[in-house]
Ligand binder design. Structure first.
Ligand code: IFM
Length: 445
């Protein structure tokens, strides 16, 4: 397999996110986000770690972008921190925050690297969370103000935009399970945030399109291959409900198909949050769909799991290869997921906006030998090629992630980066996987 097998116009990149990398959580006028607050609560994050400094991308972006240049990575996906731009979420703009993103964009462009911007990667301004955050329907207006400003101020330099990052994860982990910020739990907080996030997904797309008519507008979804544990009716039905939750919930309303209530009845209660014209307002014709796949889930029926009556059979229990997140390493999941989304929805353009793995890194003579990550990437990329050769309109692939960074509730324990960061000295060391990815996409292998 060679990068050129994907065609000359294929976008090879890396992805990152503001809260996970920037640090400078309270510098230069930035307001706090729900994650700045969540990490202060004892016991929420592994070893009570936080991202107040993290890998200090805020100050070290020139060095990180220079690494991209060295490796020949021409596409860089990063997110904007809403509370760096609007410290209180809406109203007064923090010029220094805007200037920071302008400088990051300028530096990318000066190195011939294309910036891809995600507008929301989970760091809601704390001030808005205190007013109900994603549970408050006013978020559609608040988010609109934020998207409008970013696209007007940065749109002349940025062609590729993504509205939300993995809405199922920030609504599910943050408002149902309570394991991510802001730590809310329950079906109703979850369903209200799902509906408001789906409304913002479409509204954000419309605002971007109107301010930047030549831009390519996308949004991203976490997606997982879901398979029944056994070929019995109860497990098959349980996997359909899980698939509705993991793979259908956010894309279907944007395509005008409504919420997948026929597959997962508990979702019907979402109607309580819907108003007369919402079904139309949920639709937006995205230029591309970002899919983020890491693994598969094997699902069995479970009477004890509320609402969904399904539970995953863990990878460790199945004795299959895993990474440090305890996620199964199953390269075919990306192929199957690409085929599923393409066949189910006839999408015109798909980008893998994230794929990657956390493995321990071994140092040998000053080098980091992370052969497991390298193998993982090779195998997953090969499955992407298989899907592309079978007609899936795959136009890009982004590794999660450039530098090791703050992995949410897991803290810094699972490293995903192509580049190691010593959090004491901030020294960057390119891992063997990073060198390999660079060689691969420079087509000189
Ligand atoms: O680190 C996250 C990222 O923020 C969203 N997608 C999955 C990654 C790995 O867990």
């Amino acid at each position: 397999m060679q990068a050129k097998d994907f065609g000359d116009s294929f976008h090879w990149g890396v992805s990152s996110a503001a809260y996970q990398t920037e640090g400078a959580h309270n510098l230069d006028g930035k307001g706090l986000s729900i994650w700045d607050d969540f990490v202060r609560q004892k016991g929420k994050v592994y070893q009570n770690q936080h991202a107040n400094v993290s890998c200090d991308f805020y100050h070290r972006y020139p060095e990180d972008i220079a690494i991209l240049k060295t490796l020949g990575i021409k596409h860089f996906r990063f997110s904007i921190s809403w509370s760096r731009i609007f410290p209180a979420g809406i109203g007064k703009v923090n010029q220094k925050g805007l200037d920071f993103y302008k400088k990051v964009i300028e530096t990318c462009l000066a190195h011939d690297i294309t910036p891809w911007i995600t507008l929301y990667h989970w760091d809601l301004p704390l001030a808005l969370s205190k007013r109900g955050g994603w549970m408050n329907r006013d978020i559609i207006r608040w988010f609109g103000e934020y998207v409008d400003l970013c696209s007007r101020k940065l749109g002349d330099r940025v062609k590729y935009w993504m509205v939300l990052n993995e809405p199922l994860v920030f609504t599910g982990a943050g408002y149902f399970l309570g394991i991510h910020a802001p730590g809310k739990q329950g079906l109703l907080p979850f369903l209200s945030t799902v509906h408001h996030a789906a409304m913002c997904q479409a509204e954000g797309g419309r605002i971007l399109k109107s301010n930047c008519p030549d831009a390519e507008i996308g949004t991203t979804f976490s997606c997982t291959l879901v398979e029944p544990h056994q070929a019995v009716q109860r497990d098959i039905e349980a996997s359909k409900r899980t698939d509705a939750l993991l793979n259908r919930l956010f894309i279907e309303p944007s395509l005008g198909l409504g919420y997948p209530v026929d597959y997962f009845h508990a979702l019907r209660r979402i109607e309580k949050y819907m108003r007369a014209d919402d079904e139309v307002a949920l639709k937006f014709d995205f230029d591309f769909i970002g899919l983020q796949n890491y693994t598969r889930e094997i699902i069995r029926h479970s009477c004890f799991t509320p609402y969904i009556h399904a539970r995953p059979v863990g990878a460790e229990q199945r004795n299959v290869p895993t990474n440090l997140m305890k996620w199964e390493v199953y390269p075919e999941s990306i192929y199957q997921t690409l085929k599923l989304f393409y066949q189910r929805y006839s999408l015109d353009k798909i980008i893998i906006t994230e794929n990657g793995a956390a493995f321990d890194d071994a140092w040998h003579n000053g080098k980091i030998d992370d052969s497991q990550r390298q193998l993982y990437l090779k195998q997953y990329i090969a499955q992407c090629l298989r899907a592309k050769q079978e007609g899936v309109p795959l136009a890009g692939y982004f590794v999660w992630t450039l530098t090791d960074n703050f992995e949410w509730a897991e803290g810094y324990k699972p490293p995903f980066g192509l580049v190691h960061v010593d959090l004491t000295t901030q020294k960057r060391t390119i891992k063997e996987s990073g060198q390999w990815y660079g060689r691969f996409i420079r087509k000189v292998q």
